[in-house]
Design a protein around this ligand. Structure first.
Ligand SMILES: [Zn+2]
Length: 113
């Protein structure tokens, strides 16, 4: 049996205030939505979590966490040689053709498809 004594404890917690794109510095202020229990206001930011786990990888045991805004993410993706899976909701051999058209058109008219 264990007996506990009540004590007043102070806990330091973190509250997200903003998300900053690691590449360009764009900042999106966020607010806590009590109803949905989630942060709002950073829908244009993407959190990237990369962990190097392979034994032979020169970055082994390293972890990189960063955020990219829509524009910087698109700028990165358009440098890809191969289309991301599910690009524009497509999967299969047509994905590469659609991706190449999108890049050659200056990465515009995303909603066209
Ligand atoms: Zn950015």
């Amino acid at each position: 049996m264990r007996n506990y004594e009540e004590i007043l404890a102070t806990k330091i917690d973190q509250k997200l205030k903003s998300v900053v794109c690691n590449k360009c510095g764009k900042t999106s202020e966020v607010t806590w939505n009590e109803h949905d229990h989630e942060y709002w206001g950073h829908e244009d930011m993407h959190h990237v979590d990369v962990t190097f786990e392979e034994e032979d990888n020169k970055y082994r045991s390293k972890c990189w966490l960063f955020d990219l805004c829509d524009e910087c993410l698109v700028g990165f993706v358009k440098t890809f040689k191969h289309a991301p899976d599910w690009f524009r909701g497509n999967y299969g051999h047509s994905t590469q053709r659609i991706f190449e058209e999108w890049v050659s058109n200056g990465c515009k008219s995303y909603d066209r498809f």
